[in-house]
Design a protein. Structure first.
Length: 404
């Protein structure tokens, strides 16, 4: 068997390469010193300009009292400009001018490589500050002040930073000639796994962000959703706390809340009150025809907006007559007061005009029909029949849960 020794690889002499790079750079400086000075001057001007922009960004942040305006957002992004990026940007300008003066290719490639890495990560920092600033601007602007979802902002900052710097890392590695296909696939699989594991958390988080950007309601609004109603107390990262009309606290997931139809009562200009009056059959048709005018006078005398009134149908007790009017505001208390005031006024006016209101029909489970329970002496009544049976419930008991 013949052993064939592997051919030795030539050793890389770093000292020799560094010496050649130094000699070439010195020779280039000695022959093109004027062009190099012009390029250096351009680099210094760019260096000073970027530092000026950075200082302007700090001043913009100081001028904004709310610290959430667009001036602060871009000012904070400018203020995050790294000094290393400023230096490498100036060097890149110098190299760009120096290429016209036959700069050494090794020198140009090194500066361009370093500038590319620094610029990619600096762009990620700028994008992060602008995105996060835009979210904070939407969560604290106008009537949403104080509803910044502070609990969610920490997680949002982590997610935005991870996504932007992951993209920056992939771009840098690709620029270095590294095959990033496997890395991108790994990040995709990892993202899918994390998304499936925390699906409900992310669903509620993105629903909270949707509430802020779409603004269906805000803290303090009275809303109606599904079969519930209440006042919004707090919009959190995963859930919204709603205080019910009877004092109970209701906590509902943001995604589940948005899946329902939401009625924002605070954004209404008024509330509509609808009465259905039952008239006895003895009321003449001419009187019923005049009732809309009478009801309109009653409503407008109370300072409310009359909408409509009129006959709507027949009932076993008589005739149905609808009345509609609007309360002065969207507050529920105003609706309650308006309904009470107009209702009492209608009862008084109808009593003065001799217009009878029908009672709902009653069913009594006694031996004596309720229409015969007038007095013990009524013919056919308890005294007449001798049964001695008492009615099982009176008209007063009907409102107390008695049998109807």
């Amino acid at each position: 068997m013949i052993n064939i020794a592997a051919a030795p690889h030539p050793a890389i002499d770093l000292d020799q390469q560094a010496g050649e790079f130094y000699d070439a750079t010195v020779a280039w400086f000695s022959t093109h010193w004027l062009q190099i000075l012009i390029a250096a001057g351009a680099g210094v001007l760019l260096f000073l300009a970027l530092h000026f922009v950075k200082s302007v960004g700090k001043r913009l942040c100081d001028r904004d009292a709310s610290h959430t305006g667009w001036g602060t957002i871009f000012g904070r992004a400018f203020a995050k400009t790294n000094n290393l990026f400023i230096a490498m940007a100036a060097a890149q300008i110098v190299v760009s001018f120096a290429q016209f003066a036959d700069a050494p290719p090794a020198f140009v490639s090194v500066v361009h490589f370093l500038f590319t890495i620094v610029a990619v990560f600096q762009s990620a920092i700028w994008a992060r500050e602008i995105i996060l600033g835009a979210i904070e601007h939407r969560t604290t602007a106008e009537d949403y002040h104080g509803e910044a979802l502070i609990n969610a902002m920490g997680l949002i900052r982590v997610l935005v930073s991870f996504a932007l710097f992951a993209i920056a890392l992939v771009l840098v590695l690709g620029n270095l000639g590294v095959n990033v296909t496997g890395l991108i696939a790994g990040l995709g699989v990892g993202g899918i796994a994390i998304g499936l594991a925390a699906q409900s958390i992310f669903a509620d988080l993105f629903a909270a962000i949707a509430i802020i950007f779409d603004r269906p309601f805000k803290t303090g609004d009275a809303i109606t959703f599904d079969k519930s109603a209440g006042t919004v107390e707090r919009i959190g990262m995963r859930s919204t706390r709603i205080r019910g009309a009877t004092g109970e606290a209701r906590i509902i997931g943001n995604k589940k809340l948005l899946d329902n139809e939401i009625v924002n009562n605070t954004q209404r200009e008024f509330r509509r009150v609808v009465f259905t009056l039952g008239l006895v059959q003895q009321v003449p048709a001419d009187t019923i025809e005049c009732l809309p005018t009478m009801v309109k006078e009653i409503v407008e005398a109370k300072g409310l907006k009359f909408v409509r009134a009129g006959f709507t149908g027949f009932s076993p007790a008589g005739y149905d007559f609808n009345v509609e009017f609007d309360s002065p505001s969207a507050a529920y208390q105003d609706l309650f007061d308006a309904r009470h005031t107009v209702g009492i006024a209608i009862i008084r006016r109808f009593a003065e005009a001799g217009i009878g209101l029908a009672y709902p029909p009653m069913t009594v489970t006694g031996a004596t029909p309720v229409d015969q329970v007038v007095s013990p002496d009524t013919p056919g009544g308890p005294a007449a029949t001798g049964t001695g049976a008492e009615p099982s419930s009176s008209a007063v008991d009907q409102d107390s849960g008695g049998q109807t």
